[in-house]
Design a protein around this ligand. Structure first.
Ligand SMILES: Cc1cc2nc3c(=O)[nH]c(=O)nc-3n(C[C@H](O)[C@H](O)[C@H](O)COP(=O)(O)OP(=O)(O)OC[C@H]3O[C@@H](n4cnc5c(N)ncnc54)[C@H](O)[C@@H]3O)c2cc1C
Length: 295
């Protein structure tokens, strides 16, 4: 199917982007275009106007202050994957970025696009949930900060209101010594496939767990935390029995659907396998070092 013609604007700053969004009917922000153009091409979405925010300086970059790491919404997935800082401290996010699409896709795709497209299988979302990320949103009524967990409301649906733009993603600082994070992804094809299941885990103080967050992707309408499993792990040492029970709780907590790609039963089994594998990986790490992520 050929893509319908559309107007293209490249604003010089956020204010101009917001003004265009308010002014133009059926307008969409364009970051990397790896979701937007696919939808426009296959007719899932009609845009009369596309507002290119992908190269706005104020939406780019990765930096840290004394409280949090701030990632600009237009930061490329490949920048996140390659950032030494993110690889060292927020390995689940670096790993999730590395697992997304191909190098060519990652060089175009942005973190903001992955978030705002809100696919249930989007790789960065479970990692952002366990990192307690907050979304900085700018809109006609000012700026608001929304926890990642409250941002997603259904497949492809977020709390973003008309005219609002995701400006940055704010992640509280983690202790490099105490915290370990991991993202594990199961795909049905060997290369470049979206997640059939994604599992992100954060554990602080694995000797006696004093904080733990687990989030699942692709097994519900939105990514979600598994509070039952997190509660089970609190104040315990990560041994085989504790890990097996937590993994079972993850399996029981998810209600995936059968779809063209695979069955609900298969996804549930994989959730248990990945949760167990992720916790074992963290338990096996030396001295609380943060771990990378793998498929
Ligand atoms: C071949 C291929 C393979 C892929 N593989 C994967 C994969 O393995 N895992 C995965 O998770 N995804 C995958 N994707 C999907 C896609 O690459 C990601 O979701 C990507 O992060 C989207 O970012 P983008 O910058 O291209 O978004 P765009 O396509 O530019 O935008 C996506 C949506 O978000 C909106 N938007 C973008 N930025 C903002 C903002 N700052 N504020 C408000 N709204 C905004 C746009 O208006 C649009 O509706 C794949 C895509 C392709 C084409």
């Amino acid at each position: 199917m050929a893509m319908k013609a559309f107007d293209y604007f490249k604003p010089k700053d956020i204010s101009e982007a917001m003004a265009l969004k308010a002014d133009k009917k059926e307008s969409f922000f364009l970051a990397g275009g790896t979701d937007l153009f696919v939808k426009m091409k296959n007719g899932a979405l009609t845009a009369q106007t596309v507002i290119d925010i992908g190269e706005l300086d104020s939406l780019g970059g990765i930096h840290e202050d004394e409280r949090e790491m701030i990632i600009g919404a237009a930061c490329k997935v490949s920048e996140i994957e390659k950032s030494d800082h993110i690889r060292g401290k927020y390995a689940a996010l670096a790993g999730a970025a590395h697992s997304l699409g191909s190098l060519q896709v990652r060089n175009l795709a942005t973190i903001g696009g992955n978030i705002c497209n809100a696919s249930p299988s989007a790789d960065l979302l479970p990692a952002l949930l366990v990192l307690n990320a907050k979304m900085e949103i700018i809109g006609p009524r000012g700026i608001r900060l929304v926890p990642a967990e409250e941002f997603f409301v259904g497949p492809g649906a977020t709390i973003l209101e008309r005219g609002e733009l995701l400006k940055s993603i704010r992640i509280p600082l983690l202790s490099r010594e105490k915290a370990a994070t991991v993202y594990l992804k199961h795909t049905l094809k060997r290369s470049m496939d979206i997640a059939a299941v994604g599992v992100a885990i954060l554990v602080e103080d694995k000797e006696v767990v004093n904080n733990c967050r687990i989030a699942l992707g692709a097994v519900g309408p939105t990514p979600f935390r598994v509070y039952e499993a997190e509660k089970h792990l609190l104040d315990k040492k990560l041994n085989g029995e504790v890990i097996a029970q937590a993994a079972l709780l993850c399996k029981e907590a998810c209600k995936p659907i059968d779809d063209v790609r695979t069955t609900a039963a298969y996804r549930k089994t994989i959730v248990e396998v990945l949760a167990k594998r992720g916790l074992e990986k963290i338990a096996g790490e030396q001295g609380g070092r943060l771990d990378g992520a793998s498929h």
